[in-house]
Design a protein around this ligand. Structure first.
Ligand code: FCB
Length: 784
């Protein structure tokens, strides 16, 4: 493979933002921002503690060799009320940061608004108020006056589309509004603020100023294979409309001083046009020196008459947002490096005079810290593939001046908190220790040679694992496939080696060398404990997503020994590329046998035997912990647990979570075992009550058992929740219909099914796959 070098002077850097890394949200006079309010103290502090550790972080960047660092300024650190009084110590921080960067030979790039509006301005209407745009311009001036002598690259806004529409339409970001009108009005005011801010910066002599937009190509599923495909009229209209809402709503005003003609009727319908004043577009369209482009993923849509609008895209009625038949990141974002090239080609064609900087690109994957590092081969491959696409775009003439990777550090990923890992540097949030991931070392090499290496990032092989673990290849292979015939000690050694090396079994290689059948087996073993809703969701989503990816689905029932044999024969004969297995509860020999065929298999539910066969499950232990903590918070100190059947892994996990929470609360357990149904739940409850007459709460590992306990309590003359609080698990339909309605732990049914389908697609694509464990949610009703 050829090395791909980049033009001389190409800028390599990293990006972060204030709220996501600084922490210290109440220090040195900083005022609250809308994200402090929205996150309500759940995260944000201490984030990466960058406010105190900035010098160490600059050192890290220096070691990586970056030429530029894009950070954002926290408005409420500088102006705690959003306008008026300037907070000197807040400005001092950015002053110190800039000096530290310059000392390290790193060019500071400042973003003025990365979503953290001062709460005081929100209280006055936030972005729905025109005044906020004027305050922004004043704020820009204040910041420039302090650090403008040393910062020559300025971005007014980061992704106004996200701030306006996720913040005000779908409400999943701060300030959490759900008003389509507010979203359009806010978007306009942000654009106006950009224009006014730009004027303020220019008036003071800023060398280079621009704005950062999140751009995505908008395609239909059919165009994923061939972008030049002609579209039927309805699809072409759907694509154009979403493109207007997502891309052109921002590109056109900024670069051409006008709104797209096809956008205005959409805006007018929900928000009117009174908020757009004469002259605004002249201000917004003031010339910029640099357009920042954040690229992560494409948008895939098609026409679907009657479909309701997506909440984040008011005006998208009749458009279906499609899942994409490619591998996704842990964030669920489809991976499509060629999408970056499409964005850049479009910019070259439509705005040929515009200089571009990739201001964000990166990926969230599940990381494993393995002693000496984090072997994040997936992130490396993601970055490498995007840089290859970028390199190709440069050859086509794209005016890209640099690439800033998102992100330097693992940090607070907005509404998702700490669980997303976009960093090339791992952060341990309890100790704040930084650890360079392999991707950071790889990026350092890219920067050093100003280009990509001849070799793509390499995965460790089965042999490497066997050598590290000191066992044979066959043993590794048996452990990887979840075979029972390996001693627990050997299994543990192998799994540790796998973790340390970041080994990914490459089952897909097999289907690549043999031929693809484009057929996938969905194997259902029935019955499954209370799983009706789950099974139907699995059938629906697995079929939907996989068919969307061009796979034919064969539904196979695994209910008898003969059917098991038939399924194995079918898979061994190379009739399918992959298998989705919904095993029955409890140990399943079929899973093991299927894994041994070498065809990619994914499972629903954590299997009893640890292996590398990936599965999708819910956080059973976490859910039980939350349920038990809830009882403790309600002042219940004598809590019994009804659990069963104990051969189910999910039940074991739920019991473990319950016991852990009791232990934290300094309490001892009272356990009664049960089976599957209400009767056995009732019997277990009676047993608990007679053994522990002072019991005042019961946690049951399923709703069925909890409903049995409710009945037993009623028979015993106990009032729920006064005498006895009861919590179940699963949130089955019946849970909301009991008297009183049952507090329970909700498991995300559709998400599990979707994750299962995506996991198989990733495997078929030869991507790194890790098991997926989805969070559960406590639903508090009247029984507690
Ligand atoms: C972008 C944001 C950035 C980060 C990445 C993952 O939309 O600008 O702050 O959240 O996504």
């Amino acid at each position: 493979m050829r090395t791909a070098s980049f033009p001389e002077g190409f800028v390599w850097g990293v990006s972060t933002s204030a709220f996501q890394i600084e922490g210290a949200t109440d220090q040195d006079g900083r005022g609250p921002s809308i994200w402090d309010t929205f996150a309500a103290g759940a995260y944000g502090d201490p984030a990466c503690d960058h406010y105190r550790r900035y010098a160490d972080d600059v050192r890290l960047m220096q070691d990586l060799g970056v030429a530029a660092y894009r950070f954002s300024v926290s408005w409420s650190r500088v102006l705690p009320e959003g306008h008026g009084r300037v907070n000197g110590p807040g400005l001092d921080f950015y002053d110190r940061l800039v000096d530290e960067l310059l000392r390290a030979g790193i060019a500071p790039y400042a973003t003025l608004y990365h979503w953290d509006l001062p709460q005081a301005l929100q209280d006055g209407g936030g972005w729905t108020s025109r005044d906020t745009a004027r305050h922004f311009a004043d704020y820009a001036g204040v910041v420039y006056d302090r650090i403008g002598d040393r910062v020559d690259t300025w971005f007014t806004f980061n992704e106004p589309q996200v701030a306006a529409f996720l913040g005000h339409a779908s409400g999943v970001h701060a300030p959490g509004r759900r008003s389509a009108a507010d979203a359009f009005v806010s978007a306009h005011h942000m654009l106006l603020a950009h224009g006014l801010g730009l004027e303020a910066l220019r008036a003071r002599g800023a060398a280079r100023a621009g704005v950062v937009l999140n751009l995505s190509p908008v395609l239909t599923p059919a165009q994923l294979g061939d972008v030049s495909l002609d579209l039927p009229e309805e699809d072409a209209e759907a694509v154009a409309r979403i493109d207007a809402l997502h891309n052109r709503q921002f590109l056109e005003p900024v670069l051409r001083g006008r709104y797209p003609a096809d956008l205005l009727p959409l805006v007018e319908k929900v928000a009117g046009l009174d908020h757009i004043h004469d002259g605004d577009l002249d201000v917004i369209g003031g010339p910029i020196d640099l357009l920042g482009v954040n690229y992560y993923t494409p948008i895939v849509v098609r026409a679907q008459p009657g479909a309701p609008a997506d909440p984040a895209f008011p005006g998208s009625e009749g458009v279906l947002f499609c899942s994409v038949p490619t591998a996704v990141t842990a964030m669920g974002w489809p991976i499509m490096p060629s999408g970056l090239s499409l964005v850049l080609r479009r910019l070259s064609e439509e705005y040929p005079e515009t200089d571009v900087m990739i201001t964000e690109n990166g990926a969230d994957f599940v990381d494993v810290v393995a002693g000496d590092g984090v072997h994040d081969i997936e992130r490396m491959s993601f970055l490498e593939e995007h840089l290859r696409a970028l390199r190709a775009s440069l050859d086509e003439g794209a005016r890209v001046r640099g690439y800033l990777l998102w992100s330097l550090l693992d940090c607070v990923e907005w509404a998702d908190g700490y669980r997303r890992k976009f960093g090339i540097v791992h952060v341990d949030f309890t100790t704040q220790r930084r650890l360079l991931k392999d991707s950071a070392l790889w990026y350092r090499d890219v920067i050093k040679r100003n280009g990509l290496g001849a070799e793509r990032p390499k995965r460790p092989t089965l042999e490497t694992v066997a050598a590290r673990a000191g066992v044979s290849r066959a043993t590794v292979s048996r452990v990887v496939n979840g075979e029972a015939s390996v001693s627990p000690e050997a299994r543990a050694v192998v799994l540790r080696a796998v973790q340390e090396l970041g080994y990914v079994p490459n089952a897909a290689a097999r289907s690549l060398v043999t031929q693809r059948t484009d057929s996938v087996a969905l194997v259902l073993s029935v019955p499954r404990n209370g799983g009706d809703a789950l099974i139907s969701a699995v059938v629906q989503y697995v079929t939907g997503v996989l068919e969307g990816a061009g796979k034919q689905i064969t539904l196979m029932l695994a209910d008898t020994a003969e059917s098991h044999r038939r399924i194995i024969r079918h898979v061994e004969a190379g009739q399918v590329d992959g298998v989705v297995l919904v095993p029955p509860d409890g140990p399943d020999p079929l899973a093991e046998r299927l894994a041994r065929t070498g065809v990619p298999v994914v499972l629903l539910g954590r299997p009893a035997i640890a292996s590398l066969v990936p599965y999708v499950d819910v956080d059973n232990a976490g859910g039980a912990k939350a349920a038990t903590r809830h009882l403790l918070d309600r002042g219940r100190r004598r809590i019994g647990v009804i659990c069963g059947p104990m051969d189910l892994v999910a039940v074991q996990d739920r019991l473990a979570g319950h016991l852990a929470a009791l232990h934290e609360g300094g309490l001892r357990p009272a356990i009664a075992l049960a089976g599957l149904d209400r009767q056995s739940g009732g019997a277990a409850a009676r047993e608990l009550l007679s053994g522990h007459p002072d019991l005042n709460a019961v946690f049951a590992t399923s709703d069925e058992l909890a409903i049995g306990a409710l009945e037993a309590a009623r028979e015993a003359g106990l009032q729920v929740p006064r005498d006895l609080a009861i919590v179940g698990f699963d949130d089955v339909h019946a849970a909301s219909c009991t008297t009183p309605p049952l507090t329970t732990v909700r498991v995300p049914t559709a998400d599990q099914a979707l994750a299962l389908a995506r996991l198989l697609l990733s495997r078929l694509d030869g991507r790194h796959t890790t098991s997926v464990v989805l969070p559960t949610r406590l639903v508090v009703r009247a029984t507690t």
